[in-house]
Write a new protein. Structure first.
Length: 256
């Protein structure tokens, strides 16, 4: 198992918990082709895109709520716009190993004899030059590893990307560890929206019909909230949605 080396120019996104950064990231948000916005993930998208062709199996690994599913969704949208084929199979609804291959077959729209299903899927993926993306693998690590091994035994060129809280484990796997969003030590109102965690917080508040922070003091409270939520995008988004009924101060104090 190998892990892609991250360049030194990306210090704000290294730690497993949110780094307390002194300067804002170079890019706060990246528009996704499906009309949504991925906050603070431009570098991750570029690095994962660059891994196509260099690794037969790459797993995007990180804690729940860090944004793995959103990231690979944006990545497959980008590939689609660029004319590259990909198939996204969501495994959160698959209960055990017996449902894996049927889920893949159904997503591909293929029919085959039971004994030949995986071979048929692998040959189709290879013939159509599709990247296979398996999302939410953590509850089926061993079974997913076996299925990916079966695909590569039939069609070695097929590129597979997975998301999971833990690596799958085979020696052919490259692990890309997705980090929480960096959180600033402090910020003034005019600079707040250059930080991905705060831009996400404000956007989620607006979608929920709430009022996002305006003053320096309010933004400092938002920073405190993002820090206490470990920089996890899903937790930040859910908290910000409560601004439709709570003030920012009450929201932060409610975490005590």
């Amino acid at each position: 198992m190998t892990e892609p080396t991250e360049p030194t120019e990306r210090p704000a996104n290294r730690a497993a918990t949110p780094a307390t950064a002194r300067s804002a990231p170079a890019s706060a948000s990246t528009p996704a082709p499906n009309g949504t916005t991925i906050f603070g993930r431009g570098d991750d998208l570029r690095r994962l895109d660059d891994l196509i062709g260099s690794s037969p199996l790459t797993s995007v690994v990180g804690p729940g709520g860090v944004g793995k599913t959103s990231l690979v969704g944006a990545l497959t949208d980008r590939w689609r716009v660029d004319g590259r084929g990909s198939v996204l199979v969501r495994l959160d609804g698959v209960r055990d190993q017996h449902g894996l291959v049927p889920a893949l077959t159904t997503t591909l729209g293929l029919t085959s004899d039971v004994d030949d299903q995986l071979i048929t899927c692998a040959e189709w993926l290879s013939a159509t030059d599709q990247v296979l993306v398996l999302d939410n693998c953590e509850h089926l690590l061993e079974s997913v590893t076996e299925m990916v091994g079966g695909i590569h035994a039939t069609a070695p060129p097929v590129s597979v990307r997975t998301t999971s809280r833990l690596p799958l484990g085979p020696s052919t796997e490259s692990v890309y560890r997705l980090q929480p969003l960096p959180v600033p030590e402090s910020v003034v109102a005019d600079e707040a929206m250059t930080w991905p965690c705060l831009e996400l917080f404000a956007a989620a508040a607006r979608r929920a019909g709430g009022i996002h922070p305006v003053t320096d003091e309010e933004w400092m409270l938002a920073i405190e909230l993002c820090r206490r939520l470990d920089g996890l995008p899903l937790a930040i988004e859910l908290a910000a949605s409560r601004l439709s009924t709570l003030g920012i101060r009450d929201l932060v104090h409610g975490l005590d």
